[in-house]
Design a protein around this ligand. Structure first.
Ligand code: PMP
Length: 412
């Protein structure tokens, strides 16, 4: 009889430490996740997490919809399904994307378990260790985590109030080409950026696309917030300008509910085939029950009216956030988002958002330090403030508390 012997311990708390693959060593709890315990304490105003506020959803109607799905299509809802996703839902996803000017065929769509899985699949099929991904500075913490786990080398390109800067992108691509380094992906969140709160201007969209094309780089457009604008018509997605050079990621998490875990990818034909294979190997198929619930919701409810209600609610919260920042932190600066969940705050000189966080939590307010959003750990002079979840009153109270923490910090 043989007994398993733990490999050489490299960490006294985990006898299997020496057995992990390198990619597991590259996985880290995000700074957002480490905050979850704090977020749940009622006395803390959390401006940290990005949880959508679902209080306005018509729960009784949704319960009826799900009940009907099980009553009428229960055996297929509870069965395995297609690796590419439920066909009826893929067709409805086309209607959702049409609002942002995208035209596609249902076969172009791959349903995923949230767009987070789409990020994982895209990275899995393109990235070998050491490959370069170019991303905005700052960038979505969850994407950076995926990129790190696949050992990508993330190179950041700056944004301004109009989004990613074309000249800076061009210069970065040129420098990397000169160094003989192949850029595999350009990862961008063009609309209502997380955490930047800015939107890539209409003028820049074709420019960014043209630069990516010229350097032969596939553009990954991550767009979970695009329909959550505050007033204006939706901005046409980059994917509406190009079918072959863009992989587009969408999600129902922010426009409906993240609990179903349904997102999608639209990709050029050959890429899409690889994505389906990768997804089948990871999960066999996305949840039929979730997809059919969302499909029935889209077919029977005023989902566009619901999105409008979300826009109004988030706009009011954005207003509370930016007006209390102006009142209480006049020497900081921040982006004023036209949609989405976040504002990106630059602290007054000399302050460090990462080292200040424990004192902020003691002062009963939480945020995400800017360092979470840079692959190289810079960004301590910034923080991300989310206005999506708390009420306007709580947001105002949170910013008041934050200002007293900042003021105390200046006296340290
Ligand atoms: N991309 C961005 C930019 C996000 O902000 C999020 C969620 N915070 C995701 C992807 C993942 O969303 P989901 O998996 O819920 O669709």
């Amino acid at each position: 009889m043989t007994s398993a012997t733990p490999p050489t311990a490299g960490n006294r708390l985990d006898p299997w430490f020496g057995a992990y693959a390198q990619r597991a060593h590259n996985m880290r709890a995000s700074e957002v996740r480490a905050l979850f315990a704090v977020v749940n304490r009622p006395e803390v105003v959390s401006l940290a997490g990005g949880m959508p506020n679902l209080a306005g959803l018509p729960l009784d109607a949704i319960a009826d919809t799900i009940q009907r799905v099980i009553a009428t299509q229960g055996l297929s809802a509870l069965q395995y399904g297609s690796g590419q996703g439920h066909e009826a839902l893929r067709e409805q996803i086309l209607d959702v994307m049409a609002l942002e000017g995208i035209s596609a065929h249902p076969d172009d769509v791959v349903v995923t378990t949230g767009s987070q899985q789409a990020l994982d699949l895209v990275t899995r099929i393109f990235i070998d260790p050491g490959d370069v991904i170019v991303a905005e500075a700052p960038s979505y913490v969850g994407a950076l985590g995926v990129f790190r786990s696949y050992e990508a080398d993330v190179v950041h390109v700056p944004m301004d109030e109009h989004g990613l800067i074309p000249e800076a992108l061009e210069a970065t691509f040129a420098r990397l080409a000169h160094e003989g380094r192949r850029v595999k992906l350009l990862y961008t969140i063009p609309t209502f950026h997380n955490p930047g709160g800015v939107t890539l201007s209409l003028e820049r969209r074709p420019q960014i696309l043209a630069i990516a094309r010229r350097y032969g780089v596939l553009l990954v457009e991550d767009n979970p917030y695009g329909l959550l604008g505050f007033g204006q018509d939706p901005t046409p997605a980059i994917r509406s300008l190009d079918e072959d050079g863009v992989v587009y990621l969408g999600s129902f998490s922010k426009t409906f509910a993240p609990g179903f875990r349904v997102g999608w990818v639209v990709a050029p034909h050959a890429v899409r085939e690889k994505l389906v294979l990768a997804s089948e190997s990871a999960i066999l198929c996305p949840s039929n029950a979730s997809q059919m619930a969302i499909s029935a919701y889209l077919a029977t409810s005023d989902w566009q009216g619901q999105i409008k209600a979300f826009q109004v609610m988030y706009r009011e919260r954005r207003d509370a956030m930016v007006s209390s920042l102006a009142e209480h932190l006049p020497d900081a600066s921040w982006t004023v988002p036209d949609g989405g969940f976040y504002t990106w705050v630059k602290l007054p000189p000399g302050l460090d958002s990462k080292s200040m966080l424990p004192r902020a939590v003691t002062g009963r307010v939480a945020y995400v330090p800017g360092t979470a959003f840079f692959a190289d750990g810079t960004g301590a002079d910034h923080m991300r403030l989310s206005y999506c979840y708390p009420t306007p009153e709580r947001i105002r109270e949170g910013v008041r508390r934050l200002a007293s923490v900042v003021n105390a910090e200046r006296e340290l």
